[in-house]
Write a protein of this length. Structure first.
Length: 196
């Protein structure tokens, strides 16, 4: 009789350990799933013309996201941005510009005025989105993704000024954050585009 009780205890102990192990696997799966980093492909935004722009259409491309302004000392960077866009646009590379008025009120214009300014002064042909906020309590969700490690899986950052650059890899993941003063034609950016 004692052997049967011991056997029952042993069997029940075995099953409870097995259940515990399974629960542990389920819990670790839940933790892994909740920690899964997001991609830029989840976002749909509005462009300067008021049309919808879906980031998921850029799958497989390297993306440079930049916040722009028309009345900034760094505004001439539009010229270099257009130059690298022209050079690499047929090599799975795209630039997406987001006008923002967060720094020194240097982007006061309407979407139409911004579009006219970019075309007239710099011949911009890369996609330009509608004006947004890139910091503060009204920060656009795209920039929440770009600046929060909990969302992008890479690092926390803060948009320091106009023309800060965020490099997104072919999987839609944040790869690098580049200072506003670093020119778009800098070797760090060009080497990244070329995969060096």
């Amino acid at each position: 009789m004692r052997k049967i009780v011991s056997l029952v205890t042993l069997v029940s102990f075995f099953f409870s350990c097995q259940n515990l192990a399974q629960n542990k696997d389920v819990m670790s799966t839940k933790v892994t799933t909740s920690m899964k980093k997001e991609t830029i492909y989840q976002f749909k935004v509005e462009d300067l013309s008021g049309d919808s722009f879906d980031f998921s259409t850029l799958k497989g491309k390297k993306i440079l996201v930049v916040n722009t302004a028309s009345e900034c000392g760094l505004t001439p960077q539009y010229e270099q941005l257009q130059a690298i866009y022209e050079k690499y646009k047929d090599k799975n590379f795209v630039i997406v510009g987001f006008p923002a008025n967060n720094f020194g009120a240097q982007e006061p214009g309407s979407n139409q005025q911004i579009a006219t300014f970019c075309q007239k002064n710099y011949g911009v042909t890369f996609p330009m989105m509608a004006k947004i906020s890139v910091k503060g309590s009204d920060m656009h969700p795209v920039y929440q993704f770009l600046t929060q490690k909990a969302k992008n899986g890479l690092e926390d950052s803060e948009v320091q000024w106009n023309f800060q650059k965020y490099l997104i890899n072919e999987k839609g993941e944040l790869a690098k954050v580049i200072s506003p003063r670093t020119l778009p034609t800098d070797a760090e950016i060009v080497n990244w585009i070329e995969g060096k």
